[in-house]
Design a protein around this ligand. Structure first.
Ligand code: SAH
Ligand code: TYD
Ligand code: ZN
Length: 405
């Protein structure tokens, strides 16, 4: 039996998504031999309710020099992080000579605004390629994994931080005990740790099972975060639901007594209780919905191909590794995936080996159907590609249910 990574309580598995590759490792054609696979399965801790992966993938396999995810690839996300930076500057970086630290700063999408405001800051990210892009925007970055030793060193050399921020990164880190020991050393007494990640409530409500992949180790709720924070000597003092990436929550943690928890915390906890969000029966129901989505999606794609339609996909997301490999979708069902990321173009999707081409080629000529793998950017993509539907093309979505638009 595997134990909870937070409290060592017993884990009960509720969903097995089978053998999966690294979601962000796109092999070159002809170089698919020896691809790494692991068993992607999710469980719930019987003691602290934290939902987490049953198996951990070594971090060096995922976050490397050529880590291909670039946060600035979406205009909606660029705007989201500019607003986030302005908000952190207004509410947290208020004293004299404030210091802002970001864990997982990627290409500097958030910290660029902090840097432009002339505020002292430091990003920490182990993936050298994206870190270099952040530096090109004037952002100070340490190419390193944030953990206890990194935090101690930053505190010793640069002083303590008013705020430490992490977006779509904390849930990537199994070793949270080390992170929280580091935060204790790095945060000023009245400092805050603010982080945002995909919310289990949205994943269950939308059956967005593709949020589950190697990099996403934890699936947080207000309840599990509150329990975890207390274990590490912090208190959950605010929660904000965010529409980005298919539904996230921004959590604020502070030292006990430093801040009065907002009404939003009690409200979200009550909402989770009323829905029995992380109860075993809810998670079993979610798993049944996931199996149904798989069956519906493969049936639809098989039928469309049998009818002779040309079916492609849009957005070589990390998320879509789970969909393709769990549902058995390869080049025989979806001939090509279009994507704007240069580092993914000319490569193959992990495990499923569908060729990836630049999104400019989407219209040459338009296909009959396009499976929208980057469904979290649906508005942005459908508006950019409105000509596709005007020409009679149809989008296929699989969350919350399989449907054709
Ligand atoms: N914050 C950005 C990037 C999210 S991708 C956004 O929301 O768009 C996750 C990032 O976390 C990657 O750039 C990865 O290299 C980084 N990362 C993974 N483990 C980390 C760790 N222990 N410390 C710091 N960064 C880490
Ligand atoms: P995203 O859904 O943000 O994250 P993840 O990889 O973590 O699942 O990935 C978006 C992908 O979609 C990325 O590879 C870029 C691509 N994309 C486009 O091709 N066109 C677009 O207009 C947008 C917004 C994204
Ligand atoms: Zn636990």
């Amino acid at each position: 039996m595997t134990d909870c990574r937070i409290c060592a309580g017993p884990l009960t598995e509720f969903l097995d998504l089978g053998a999966q590759p690294n979601s962000d490792a796109f092999p070159r054609p002809g170089e698919t031999d020896g691809e790494f696979f692991f068993r992607l399965a999710v469980g719930r801790c019987g003691s602290c309710t934290m939902v987490q992966l049953m198996e951990e993938v070594p971090r060096e396999r995922m976050f490397r020099r050529d880590y291909p995810y670039h946060s600035s690839g979406s205009s909606v996300m660029r705007e989201h992080f500019e607003n986030t930076a302005r908000q952190l500057l207004a509410t947290e970086a208020t004293g004299t000579d404030p210091f802002v630290v970001e864990i997982g700063c990627n290409d500097g999408v958030m910290l660029a605004t902090v840097s432009d405001a002339g505020v002292r800051h430091l990003g920490v990210d182990p993936s050298q390629g994206v870190a270099d892009q952040a530096r090109a925007k004037g952002v100070r970055v340490r190419t390193a994994f944030f953990e206890e030793a990194t935090a101690l060193d930053i505190a010793a050399t640069e002083g303590r931080a008013d705020v430490v921020y992490a977006a779509n990164t904390l849930c990537h880190i199994p070793y949270l005990d080390s992170i929280f020991r580091g935060l204790d050393a790095l945060l000023k007494p009245d400092g805050a740790f603010v982080f945002e990640d995909p919310y289990l409530g949205d994943i269950v409500e939308r059956t967005s099972f593709d949020q589950i992949y190697d990099e996403h180790f934890y699936f947080f709720t207000a309840r599990s975060v509150q329990t975890m924070a207390r274990r590490y000597g912090l208190e959950l003092v605010d929660v904000v639901r965010l529409p980005v990436h298919g539904g996230e929550v921004r959590y604020t943690l502070a030292r006990p007594g430093a801040r009065v928890p907002t009404a939003a915390v009690a409200a979200l906890l009550a909402d989770e209780d009323s829905k029995a969000l992380a109860a075993p029966a809810t998670l079993e129901r979610f798993a049944a919905e996931v199996r149904r989505t798989r069956d519906d999606l493969t049936a639809l794609l098989t039928q469309l191909r049998a009818e002779g339609h040309r079916v492609v996909a849009y957005g070589a997301t990390a998320k879509s590794a789970t969909v393709a490999n769990y549902c058995g979708i390869g080049p025989e069902l979806v001939s090509v995936v279009y994507d704007t990321t240069p580092a993914k173009q000319g490569r193959l999707t992990p495990g499923s080996h569908i060729p990836i081409q630049p999104s400019e080629a989407f219209s040459e000529p338009y296909p009959d159907y396009a499976l929208l793998l980057a469904w979290n950017h649906a508005e942005e993509i459908m508006s950019k590609e409105r000509e596709f539907r005007a020409m009679g093309g149809k989008w296929i979505l699989y969350t919350p249910k399989v449907r054709v638009l």
